[in-house]
Design a protein around this ligand. Structure first.
Ligand SMILES: Cc1ncc(COP(=O)(O)O)c(C=O)c1O
Length: 380
């Protein structure tokens, strides 16, 4: 039995619709893109949804239009994907890393304010594994200090706090549709925002700053450029996939929740493991993966367990292999004291993510957990 960590769930309908788009000859600037953006807007209950070519592209575009530049400082979660920080580092801004909370991978709110200086322009947070960060508190801090707040929602499709979708607490939120995410468009991303001015700039900036979108051009081929934009658009093939996938997302999410609860029942009784404890009462979670934290006292080596499962054809993942300050680029450039990131380090070094997507069922969970327990018995 081969069990991948993540698997795009594509149906015959998806294959047919992709071929239909290809046969139509309209591969960009088409209707499917508008339909996907509209559906995403209504799903998240946001004012604007702007599709982009990836989550990284969307984050970069945001910092670009917000005017983040060389020598600005951006406060950022340390336990996240490199894209959360690289997207503003590419504009010359400096990352100011903040450690995680002890029991969750999310940014420690109590440590944010002491990092704010005259050069700070924005706070950039991730909802780690889709678990909501303390976003209401963070939003208050951002407002108090007049800072932009950007939410990296790459793994947070379906995460709400008091029924409000994450991504809507700050200036904007960005989602990823990479193949192993909750829904996929192959590569792709979506920005949501309630700010119409920002949305206007983003639409210009993602599409070469042209004044008239393709469908609005009265004379074909005639347009003007009014903004220094790039090409970071989503194409029609990705859009039709996104549209179909989003329609099925609620059913995908139910399976994820069911699988998560099965693992939780099994592992909560085992002393070798902890589970992530940042699931709040007012939160509905995206159920991205099952994060298993190996207790240090158990002496189980995480990488050995990962390799054992790999040999048994069981796919797992690590989110993320290093706290950002430990990545060579940041470490060398900013001479960072790694002793300040001990909570983030625990998540990088002691966790293993188990698959819970719609390709997983009870039988597979039984198989995966059986292999984990057999490894533990042999390595005690
Ligand atoms: C938190 C986070 N942000 C950003 C990204 C990058 O997303 P994309 O590949 O769509 O650019 C990822 C990818 O896994 C991620 O986990």
């Amino acid at each position: 039995m081969k069990i991948p960590f993540g698997k795009p769930i594509l149906s015959d309908r998806d294959f047919k619709d992709v071929v239909k788009v290809l046969k139509s000859g309209v591969l960009v600037h088409g209707r499917k893109n508008n339909e996907f953006e509209n559906l995403f807007r209504s799903y998240t209950n946001s004012k604007h949804a702007i599709s982009v070519s990836s989550c990284t592209a969307g984050l970069f575009l945001l910092y670009y239009v917000l005017g983040i530049k060389k020598n600005d400082e951006v406060i950022v979660s340390s336990q996240t994907h490199a894209a959360t920080a690289l997207s503003f580092c590419a504009l010359g801004a400096k990352p100011v890393f903040v450690d995680s909370e002890k029991n969750s991978g999310n940014i420690d709110v109590s440590k944010i304010e002491k990092h704010i200086t005259k050069k700070t322009k924005a706070i950039s947070i991730v909802h780690y594994l889709g678990f909501a960060a303390e976003i209401e508190k963070i939003s208050k801090i951002a407002k108090k200090h007049n800072l932009f707040l950007i939410e990296d929602c790459a793994l947070a499709l379906g995460t709400t706090v008091n029924k409000k979708h994450v991504g809507l607490f700050g200036d904007a939120g960005v989602f990823s549709f990479y193949p192993i995410k909750h829904i996929t468009t192959a590569e792709g991303g979506m920005i949501i925002t309630k700010n119409s001015n920002l949305a206007k700039k983003l639409i210009l900036a993602k599409s070469l700053g042209v004044n008239k979108q393709f469908a609005d051009r009265k004379i074909p081929g005639i347009y003007d450029v009014v903004y220094p934009g790039l090409n970071l658009r989503m194409n029609e093939i990705s859009s039709v996939l996104g549209l179909n996938q989003l329609k099925k997302f609620d059913s995908f999410k139910k399976i994820r929740e069911k699988n998560y609860k099965k693992y939780l029942k099994i592992f909560s009784k085992k002393k070798e493991f902890e589970t992530v404890k940042n699931y709040k009462k007012n939160e509905d979670w995206s159920y991205y993966a099952f994060p298993l934290i190996l207790n240090k006292s158990s002496k189980i080596e995480r990488n050995k367990l990962v390799n054992h499962l790999k040999k048994k054809n069981i796919g797992t993942s690590v989110y993320y292999p290093h706290p950002l300050p430990r990545l060579s680029y940041f470490k060398k450039k900013y001479k960072i004291n790694l002793g300040n990131f001990l909570n983030a380090k625990k998540f990088s070094d002691q966790t293993i993510m188990l698959p819970i997507g719609p390709h997983i069922n009870e039988k597979k969970i039984f198989h995966i957990t059986k292999e984990i327990f057999s490894f533990i018995r042999k390595n005690k």
